[in-house]
Design a protein around this ligand. Sequence first.
Ligand SMILES: [Mn+2]
Length: 295
Amino acid sequence: MRLVTRADLDGLACAILFMENEKVDELLLVHPQEITDKKVEIRADDTLANLPYHPDCGRWFDHHLLTDSNEKPPAQFEGIYRQAPSAAQLVWEYFGRAEHHRRMVEETDRFDSAQLSESDVLKPQGWVLLGFTVDPRTGHEDQEAYFRQCLDWLAEEPLEKVLVKPAVRDRIQRMFEKNEAFCWELMKHSRLDGNVVFTDFRGVPDPTVGNRFLIYTLFPEANVSVRAQFKGRERVMVNVGHSIFNRTCEVSVGDLMSSYGGGGHFGAGSTPLPIIDADTRILDIIAALQDPQNA
Ligand SMILES: [Mn+2]
């Protein structure tokens, strides 16, 4: 069997569960968009986990909302699909919910659905800490090699022993350093506009990539964040996300972003904007996100 998953904590937990219960001959790490765009060849002996459905796969486990761009699964298929906090939860259930993996699955649930506390963001521990180091959005180098290394270790040793390995500690150290630099950049380039915190990285040549939740620890008054930065020379990328602490924003970010040509989910999304009228459109986006009582 070939396991096809994505290189995040949920994919890692899925892989640990499959490797303990079945013979996994090969592990392929892909980005969900590569499945949606049919850029990878999927085979009948493939198990897809934490990824959109592909008609050629043998089994499928996923928990993400089905969107218009996703291939619809048939009524009957091998595996489990359900909206759930993580795909690992579904794979765990498939293999009979072994007690010794309960902690890993519960923490993966929290991490994957961003049910995190401020201390999970500022001083993460355990699976959440490991989750941030493997997160493909954290901007570290050699993510795939690191993911595979962690998986090999976790197949043999408990999490506590893996977290103190020099390579892991090194990554944790660098992650905290990056987050520190990122906090300063966020403070310097953000302003609060009612319930919206707007970060303008358009003047920053090479912005640090840090923890995407830090902005909500710096601006607890905001319930939604908007960040703009250049993408190439012709476009501005705008990222919008609901605060994970102040969960009062009722605007569907995905719908708002799709009206500008982008997309996303209820709580987060992004859109490219042409440079020429980015300013006006950003103001429109901020206005659309503002609570009526701030108007
Ligand atoms: Mn997931």
